[in-house]
Design a protein around this ligand. Structure first.
Ligand code: ATP
Ligand code: MN
Length: 478
């Protein structure tokens, strides 16, 4: 007999048929003559209620049906008289596929803290919260490919091992096959990378952008969607050492075109989540409400689904970095010295400033443009004022920066001059500079941090909870 997924059974609501269901026990309640088993197979947040007449089954079998155990149940779908579900499965045959020792299985039917579940990240998929998060994460990955495919972008796979440091920031993970204890040395006593695997120092990529630009200046519009690595020691709720980034790169786009794309793209993804992940979002919205119950009113965030609708339906605010600094300096928050970090034209905005603009001042997502060139990467297009570059950051509530992007400097001489000022090795990037030597065109792109976006969609507060196996400083378990 064909196995049916719980999702299919609950969606159709049909009764009368005999079906086979396989899944994991979430809870078991027993009375004298019947047991009710809540079975979850991961296809949907809801459990299927399995009704067991205890007189029809072996006592020892029933004893081994505990939270966490895997079952195959054959039975008949019946209208349910219980509350909360329309259908239930009246068991005829139960096979215990894999027992779970109730003394040892960590995920018990009670509220576990997110910290506890992080320590048990290998089993946390077995909870409603993480089931919902990872179904949504899947749907968002699918929607990203769908969006770009509809808009004529090509998916480009840029390398994970690279010899270049895209940002010039130098916080990279070295990739080497040299003996860490006894590396070969040059006559001067330095590590001899010429005998390393690639014959040169290599690292894990911090961005696919530079290679992405090569693709865009031939294919027109491309995007990358892959793992990205940063050896930055930032122990925040928004930084991972290994995260996934989506980086579209578009020939013939100026900064305005790029802002339009970023806004349309984000709104498409949010609408997709609202349309396709309603059950999981409803669950997460309830979770958030529960979590915020104790907080004072002004610290409570908007209902998750209201918030998603609000962002999908309203225009993002667009203004310059200079304008943002003005607003921050004139704010009561600033005057009362409530910002921890300085606000001064020329300094990078911190998350507290970004969130003030988004959550308190404009009360909607903000796109900031034209940042001081000193705080941005070498490849950004230099504006005519000589002070700023055509950069673009998209700022979201609760998160701050979710997208960083820019129009790229297409002028060979200006680009090389800036690289020299910033001590970027011009010779090593000869291949990148060829885009400006041969058929250079205005072009632009941005990077969306996938996990930051999933934080926003799910309403979760810690980036470690929206990636299956988080890598952060001192943490690479599982
Ligand atoms: P931040 O200032 O928040 O560290 P950034 O300026 O280093 O961000 P970019 O280099 O512009 O970020 O990267 C593009 C996007 O990638 C960011 O907007 C963000 O969404 C995401 N991102 C950057 N660093 C991380 C990280 N360590 N973990 C998760 N996502 C990240
Ligand atoms: Mn960073």
């Amino acid at each position: 007999m064909n196995r049916k997924k719980v999702r299919e059974i609950l969606c159709s609501g049909e009764t009368g048929a005999e079906v086979l269901v396989k899944g994991w026990v979430r809870t078991k309640r027993s009375s004298k003559n019947v047991s009710f088993i809540a079975l979850n197979d991961g296809s949907v947040i809801h459990n299927l209620q399995v009704v067991v007449d205890v007189n029809d089954f072996d006592e020892s079998l029933l004893r081994d049906i505990n939270t966490g155990a895997a079952l195959a149940v054959r039975g008949v779908l019946m209208p349910s008289s219980g509350s909360g579900q329309k259908v239930e499965l009246v068991a005829r045959e139960i096979e215990l596929l894999g027992p779970a020792d109730p003394e040892k299985f960590p995920i018990q039917p009670k509220k576990h803290s997110l910290e506890f579940l992080r320590e048990n990240a290998h089993l946390r998929f077995r909870t409603n919260t993480f089931g919902a998060i990872f179904r949504i994460r899947h749907a968002m990955a699918f929607a990203i490919h769908d969006y770009f495919n509809r808009h004529g972008f090509y998916y480009l796979h840029t390398p994970i091992i690279t010899a270049s440091d895209a940002e010039g920031a130098g916080q990279m993970f070295r990739v080497t096959t040299l003996d860490a204890l006894k590396p070969p040395l040059t006559p001067e006593g330095n590590v001899d990378f010429s005998s390393d695997f690639f014959g040169r120092p290599t690292n894990l990529t911090v961005s696919g952008q530079l290679e992405g630009e090569l693709g865009a200046t031939a294919l027109g519009e491309i995007y990358t969607f892959g793992p990205t690595f940063r050896a930055e020691n930032s122990n925040t709720t928004r930084h991972l050492a290994e995260f996934w980034m989506i980086e579209p790169e578009m020939a013939f786009y100026d900064l305005k075109d790029t802002m339009d794309l970023a806004e349309d793209f984000l709104k498409f993804l949010i609408r997709y989540a609202l349309d396709h992940c309603a059950d999981d979002l409803t669950f997460l919205a309830g979770r958030l409400r529960e979590e915020e119950k104790g907080k004072p009113a002004e610290q409570q965030s908007m209902d998750l689904i209201e918030k998603l609708k609000f962002v999908a339906e309203n225009d993002f605010e667009r203004l310059t970095y200079s304008g943002a600094v003005e607003i921050l300096k004139n704010s009561n928050h600033y005057k009362k010295k409530k910002f921890q970090f300085p606000v001064e034209w020329g300094v990078d905005l911190q998350s507290e400033h970004e969130r003030y603009l988004v959550e308190r001042h404009f009360k909607k997502p903000v796109i900031l443009i034209d940042y001081p060139k000193e705080i941005k990467a070498f490849y950004m297009k230099q504006n005519d004022d000589g002070k700023t570059v055509a950069a673009m950051d998209v700022l979201f509530p609760q998160i701050g920066e979710i997208i960083g992007g820019s129009q790229r400097e297409e002028n060979f001489d200006k680009l090389v001059a800036r690289m020299e000022e910033m001590h970027i090795p011009v010779d090593e990037l000869w291949w990148y500079l060829d885009t400006r030597r041969f058929g250079t065109v205005p072009h632009s792109g941005f990077g969306l941090g996938f996990e930051r976006f999933i934080l926003f969609i799910t309403g979760m507060g810690n980036i470690r909870d929206v990636i299956a196996f988080p890598r952060t400083p001192k943490n690479a378990e599982f």
